[in-house]
Design a protein around this ligand. Structure first.
Ligand SMILES: Cc1ncc(COP(=O)(O)O)c(C=O)c1O
Length: 405
């Protein structure tokens, strides 16, 4: 009745039951929670996984923006699969990497490789499926897989990358994964790269046991020493590759891509339609403009490498001098150094003390899948100057001395 003043009954929401089962399984990222503290004024953060903002090609990006957005087609809705020119560039680029030759339709542009991992998980994984990951492992991948309520099986990592002989042993005893997640170069968080022997073995196993490898390689271009690891795609067809511009151009553009078998790429395309229709055409155009200028892009990457190398050297040197008990591998590229303190303090308990001294890191437990990593920590050398890194380690060593008193 119009104008009725009858009180509406209010039914409180059962908020527990409101969230979907998969959301109830999702946990907030420990890194994100910790970064709040790392942003305290005066704190030297060795915690974040960000590329160095002072190395972004800001001038070049700013210079091209007006002309890119002057074309109304760029501001219109775009194709879910991504801009054809960019996909052509990606297909040609991957074809040159020594694997099979790719066509435009083998390429899907995504809004960051994190979206690629999420979409692959959505189209590939059902609750209870087995997914093999390294231990410790990149949190973003773990999060994407856990959303699907899969059975995560973890394999240890050593200086030669994920321990494929251990995986082979598990397979011979009946393990049947649907997929294996692999960061082949400069693993986040351990900084290690897979050896050629293990890579070859992994390719053979994927053929023998019929699983897909998700090859996520955001750091490969930031190589300081040694030879690049070839893509698994040169050894088996059972692979989907994820690549991103986040570490070489800028993560804020949210441009990345996947290259893989048609059955998977087609399904991902449909899932992406529901997720965000398409990746920003403006930033796809920016990425293409930079990457298709071969000479400039190669020089840009060559210019990034010495900066990161110098920072790795400063952090490794400071650790050797000030924390001789720390065990770590000097990574040949990327942004991370994994430090084990042996009989040292529990790094979860060390963190508040370190913050009091003015330095932040990520405790190993944040990346642990099923093996404890309570005496380990991930240190990132990407954003601090060599002097700041040295000061950060000095503060860390004070916190460690205080913690063992
Ligand atoms: C191993 C790994 N994969 C994927 C990502 C996400 O990258 P993107 O910015 O392309 O989403 C990161 C970011 O840190 C990463 O370390």
């Amino acid at each position: 009745m119009a104008g009725s003043t009858a009180p509406r009954t209010s039914q409180p929401l059962d908020t527990e039951a409101m969230l979907s089962v998969s959301s109830r399984h999702a946990k907030s990222s420990a890194i994100r929670d910790l970064l709040v503290h790392a942003k305290r004024p005066g704190v030297i953060s060795l915690a974040g996984g960000l590329p160095a903002a002072d190395l972004f090609p800001t001038e070049r990006l700013a210079g091209m923006t007006t002309s890119i957005v002057s074309d109304p087609r760029v501001l219109q809705y775009g194709l879910t699969e991504g801009e054809v020119d960019l996909r052509e560039w990606v297909a040609a680029h991957h074809s040159q990497l020594g694997g099979p030759s790719y066509a435009v339709d083998d390429v899907q542009i995504v809004s960051g490789s994190q979206q690629g991992l999420d979409l692959i998980s959505r189209v590939l994984l059902d609750p209870g499926d087995v997914v093999v990951v390294a231990d410790p492992e990149y949190l973003g991948a773990i999060g994407a897989f856990r959303q699907r309520q899969v059975d995560l099986v973890s394999i240890p990592v050593d200086a030669y990358g994920i321990d494929v002989p251990v995986l082979e042993d598990r397979l011979s005893k009946g393990l049947r994964p649907k997929c294996v997640y692999l960061i082949p170069e400069f693993h986040n968080p351990t900084g290690t790269s897979i050896s050629i022997d293990r890579l070859t073995m992994l390719a053979r196993l994927s053929d023998e046991y019929g699983f897909l490898v998700i090859e996520d390689n955001p750091y490969g271009q930031l190589r300081f020493d040694g030879d690049p690891v070839p893509s698994l795609a040169s050894l088996t067809a059972n692979v989907v590759q994820c690549r991103t511009i986040s570490k070489t151009i800028a993560p804020g553009l949210r441009v990345a891509w996947m290259v893989g078998p048609a059955w998977l790429i087609d399904a991902v395309r449909i899932a992406k339609q529901s997720a965000d229709l398409h990746t920003s055409t403006v930033t796809q155009r920016m990425a293409l403009s930079i990457m298709s200028d071969d000479e400039w892009y190669a020089a840009h990457i060559a210019g990034l490498v010495p900066h990161y190398r110098e920072r790795r050297d400063a952090l490794s040197e400071a650790l050797s001098q000030m924390l001789p008990e720390a065990r770590f591998n000097r990574p040949s590229g990327g942004m991370f150094l994994w430090v084990e303190l042996g009989d040292g303090p529990d790094t979860n308990k060390l963190l508040p003390l370190a913050l009091d001294e003015g330095v932040a890191f990520v405790p190993g437990a944040a990346f642990a899948v099923s093996r404890a990593a309570d005496q380990a920590m991930r240190l990132s050398y990407s954003t601090a100057t060599p002097e700041t890194l040295t000061e950060g380690v000095a503060r860390l060593s004070i916190a460690i001395r205080k913690s063992v008193r």
